[in-house]
Design a protein around this ligand. Sequence first.
Ligand SMILES: Cc1cc2nc3c(=O)[nH]c(=O)nc-3n(C[C@H](O)[C@H](O)[C@H](O)COP(=O)(O)O)c2cc1C
Length: 152
Amino acid sequence: MKTLIIYYSYTKNTEKIAQKIAELKNYDILKLEPLTDYSTDYQQVVAEEEAKMNSEEIVALKPINVDLKQYDRIILGTPVWWYTMAPVVRSFLHTHNLNDKQVIVFITNGGWLGHTVNDIKKYCEIESYINLPFNGDKIKDAQALSDWINSL
Ligand SMILES: Cc1cc2nc3c(=O)[nH]c(=O)nc-3n(C[C@H](O)[C@H](O)[C@H](O)COP(=O)(O)O)c2cc1C
């Protein structure tokens, strides 16, 4: 079974996990990026995204130069943005059909997962997911993360 890790990360929590999985499991990795970068001002992004909460916004993405057909399994990583997946991840799911793949999701957040899982399920069936709460840039349960990576 060939596995690809696909993730978006704004402040690198999700990225650190994606890279750790890639390193430990030797899986390929794909970083999703918006065509237009978000502001580097965190509070500005938080406020702008709050204003768009529930709009299910689709943003333009940078081109993806990976042939998804090669992969049987996708490990998809997203931060939570206002109780749902980040718009970059929604945009990816909106434009790519993953129905022929096994999809496993990891979700980083500050403790409020909201309706993220159900929202992802609107786009694809998922095998399982893990909720990974952070305190700022520190994962709350590092053991749960290691156990989960080992189980993949
Ligand atoms: C725009 C924005 C909205 C957020 N909304 C939530 C939220 O609804 N619930 C939550 O627990 N954390 C929320 N967070 C915190 C992030 O989910 C958390 O810090 C995450 O681990 C960041 O991942 P990243 O470093 O990969 O970008 C939000 C962060 C941003 C920037």
